[in-house]
Design a protein around this ligand. Structure first.
Ligand SMILES: [Zn+2]
Length: 79
């Protein structure tokens, strides 16, 4: 898995779209790749901030903004 693929998987992970197998592959990459681990942790913290620990679906607009912000962050680091 490349970092770019991992990034896409992280987005899907938090959207609840990953199968258990896909999660396992992603976790393997995170274990080897500090950068993606940071992206993963940052995403979780951002989501927690939005949701304040409540369990409710993230509004679509928040979700797409989050994806955009992450993509920018990722592309900055990758270049
Ligand atoms: Zn990576």
């Amino acid at each position: 898995m490349t970092c770019k693929e991992a990034f896409q998987e992280i987005s899907k992970y938090y959207d609840g779209e990953l199968t258990n197998d896909e999660k396992r592959v992603l976790k393997e990459h995170l274990g080897r790749c500090g950068h993606c681990q940071i992206v993963f942790d940052t995403t979780r913290k951002t989501i927690e901030l939005y949701c304040e620990g409540e369990l409710f679906p993230m509004p679509e607009v928040v979700r797409s903004r989050l994806h955009q912000a992450l993509r920018r962050k990722f592309e900055q680091k990758a270049t």
